[in-house]
Design a protein around this ligand. Structure first.
Ligand SMILES: [Fe+2]
Length: 450
């Protein structure tokens, strides 16, 4: 009886409520497309079908994907409810609930592995794929951003509902593995199937960011704006990418206009958006741009989260530290450093290791840079720059570490060190004007040939 119910991709579901299952499918699409509110949709399903195990698992995983502790307690309620329903669940649902348990307990590595085990028998399980992809992103598992998708790809084709989103994830994974041509081609294929896939748009823009194709990147985003911007909760991040291109071209007024209208029209509530706002301000600061009072509200926003988010995710903490440095909030900066010491000793498992391995040193480096102790900033950042993927994010996001390192070397009278790292940009992003600005300040390459 139970096995007669299936998702649109053929996975068995232990739920005999067709309306709830239809809402589950809708919530899954909202989760993948960033259009609509998957939490509201699945809560509607759960209101009529409170024993819908899969619905509770989805709610927990979507709440996790916001990467803020304030949502984890709600997610934990869903996991606990689902666990009480496990006797009537099927093996796939039990495995998904186990993965959700690992997520709310802060063991993101175990969660990623548990989600992968689901895919062994159910390679079309979108909930497992989508959540696994995000877990890989949040913990910087570059290879699995690509390979988790590769492992299920043979089981998909254009006729399977949701295929375009799978291609969008694959494109991003290829990009993070530096396979730029394949990534761009895959992103374009995904967009041919679903032009409004903001994640596929994003994969394409990452290719252009990494290759320094500044003008193409602007065109890629601007020409598609009607597809990725309206009614899309991920739009702020693609706007952020647009500001990086403006910044490269010294169009500071354009970057700030996008910031004011699209990224920080009012203090953002999602940490993911606040993070992008902060990262842009930090880059502008590195490039010597007057922020005109924008740092204060961002620092205030991070400060009010300090206590509730303590020890949750050091990638967020790095951005909080940037805001505190920009706004010269010494007390909050010191509190955060103290919190990071606590995290290394007692934090939840995955964030504890991320903080210990790279995050604490990076936050110390940002703090030192903000206090113009450039030698110390270099001493903190240089050893962890090449392993910084361990605390999550994308290559483009973590590029801020290299920019900070180069700037610290220039301001700290170590031009040879600045040139050493700058060489990467000049070679890999030959059209980047920011790279040339830095080169002019760092001096010419000593051994360059005419
Ligand atoms: Fe991005």
């Amino acid at each position: 009886m139970k096995s007669s119910w299936m998702t649109e991709r053929g996975e068995p579901v232990s739920c005999g409520d067709a309306a709830a299952l239809a809402l589950y499918e809708q919530a899954l699409t909202q989760y993948q497309s960033y259009r609509g509110d998957p939490i509201a949709t699945i809560e509607k399903a759960l209101a009529s079908a409170p024993d819908f195990v899969l619905g509770h698992a989805l709610r927990a995983m979507v709440l996790f994907s916001f990467t803020e502790r304030r949502f984890i307690e709600q997610a934990r309620v869903s996991v606990t409810t689902a666990e009480a329903l496990l006797p009537r669940a099927n093996p796939r649902e039990r495995a998904l609930v186990a993965a959700a348990r690992a997520l709310v307990d802060g063991d993101w590595i175990a969660a990623g592995a548990a989600l992968d085990r689901v895919l062994v028998d159910h390679p079309r399980d979108i909930l497992a794929i989508q959540t696994g992809h995000l877990v890989d992103f949040f913990r910087g598992d570059t290879v699995n951003l690509r390979n988790r998708i590769v492992r299920v790809l043979p089981h998909w084709s254009a006729g399977v509902p949701g295929y375009s989103y799978l291609l969008g994830m694959y494109a991003f994974g290829l990009e993070e593995c530096n396979q730029y041509a394949e990534a761009e081609e895959t992103a374009r294929r995904a967009l041919q199937l679903e032009a409004k896939d903001a994640w596929a748009v994003h994969a394409g823009v990452h290719v252009m960011e990494m290759q320094g194709r500044i003008d193409e990147g602007i065109d890629w985003l601007v020409s598609r704006e009607k597809d990725w911007a309206p009614e899309n909760t991920f739009a702020f991040h693609n706007w952020w990418h647009l500001t990086l291109f403006h910044l490269d071209r010294e169009r500071y007024a354009d970057a700030l206009a996008v910031y004011d209208a699209r990224i920080h029209r009012e203090p953002p509530d999602p940490a993911l958006q606040l993070l992008d706002a902060t990262a842009l301000l930090w880059r502008l600061h590195l490039d010597g741009v007057d922020l005109g009072g924008r740092a204060g509200p961002v620092a205030d926003n991070w400060a009010k989260r300090l206590e509730t988010e303590r020890g949750f995710y050091v990638f967020n903490d790095m951005h909080a530290m940037m805001a505190f440095a920009l706004a010269r909030r010494d007390a909050e900066a010191e509190q955060l450093l103290s919190d990071l010491d606590w995290t290394v000793e007692q934090g939840p498992p995955t964030n504890r290791s991320m903080t210990r391995d790279v995050g604490r040193a990076i936050c110390r480096g940002i703090r030192a840079f903000g206090q113009e102790r450039y030698g110390e900033a270099i001493a903190e950042l240089q050893p962890v720059r090449d392993i910084a993927s361990r605390f999550g994010g994308s290559h483009a996001q973590r590029d801020v570490l290299t920019l900070t390192l180069i700037e610290a070397a220039i301001r700290g009278a170590q031009p040879a060190l600045a040139r050493h790292y700058l060489a990467e940009r000049l070679v890999l992003k030959p059209d980047s004007t920011w790279a040339r600005r830095l080169q002019a300040r760092a001096g010419g390459l000593r051994h360059a040939r005419a």
